[in-house]
Design a protein around this ligand. Structure first.
Ligand code: SF4
Ligand code: SF4
Length: 220
């Protein structure tokens, strides 16, 4: 899921300078899980905006605003309120914000910062494990991504900064295991330590060109 964090209210209000009538669009999937843009978070934000002197024309919490077609359909019923608005405030990720800006001819303002593609370890705990590099290499590590879990994204490790199994960026407040020690332990567990000796060639990052796109062939 896409992990987001709400911007400070002062920053949100500043981004709406000169725009008094605001319509909010939230997301009931990822943003809800991150408490940034589900119904509860959106309503809380509406109260803060009102306290800051803004007029809220309405809101819609959509089931994944990143789905452009469905969002277009869901926002149709709010046309009157949207037409009366000076700006649209998005309480979801940057992709959802741009999905809405494709559909509505109004300035779009993000209420959140989009952080990473995360796994939910438990409620409210999100961990990054994949950087969407375009060519997955975790078969040679038996399932741990070195691109994301190693602070340097090394394909051959560990580096000289590893200390007692911890990464050199590790601190007492934020301990970080060395990804390459984890990979070693994992390969050892499956009796695949010979893979550790294979030197991986430089990764071809051009496999992921931004902005990326994927168009599936229709199945007959
Ligand atoms: S190698 Fe890592 S960053 Fe690339 S796709 Fe696989 S898990 Fe994601
Ligand atoms: S200590 Fe380990 S995880 Fe940290 S940068 Fe070096 S190889 Fe990567």
């Amino acid at each position: 899921m896409i992990v987001t964090k709400q911007k400070p209210i002062e920053e949100i209000v500043k981004s709406l300078e000169g725009e008094n009538n605001i319509f909010l669009v939230g997301c009931s999937v990822c943003a809800d899980e991150c408490q940034t843009g589900g119904e509860t978070a959106t309503k809380e934000l509406i109260e803060k905006l009102k306290t800051s002197g803004k007029n809220v024309t309405g809101f819609a919490v959509i089931n994944a605003p990143c789905h452009v077609l469905l969002t277009k359909k869901d926002l149709k019923v709010h046309k009157e309120a949207i037409d009366k608005s000076d700006a649209i405030l998005i309480t979801a990720c940057g992709a959802c914000a741009q999905s809405v800006s494709e559909i509505i001819e109004k300035p779009v303002r993000p209420a959140s910062n989009t952080l990473f593609l995360g796994n939910i370890e438990r409620h409210g705990h999100f961990h990054e494990h994949c950087s969407m590099c375009g060519e997955c290499v975790i078969s040679f590590t038996d399932g741990i991504c070195p691109i994301t879990n190693c602070a340097k994204g090394l394909l051959n490790g560990p580096c000289g900064g590893m200390n007692k199994g911890k990464c050199e960026i590790s601190t007492e407040e934020r301990p970080v295991d060395c990804a390459w020690v984890l990979i070693y332990e994992r390969l050892k567990k499956f009796n695949h330590l010979e893979k550790f000796k294979n030197i991986q060639p430089a990764k071809n990052y051009s496999k992921h060109i931004k902005p990326d796109r994927l168009i599936l062939e229709r199945k007959k």
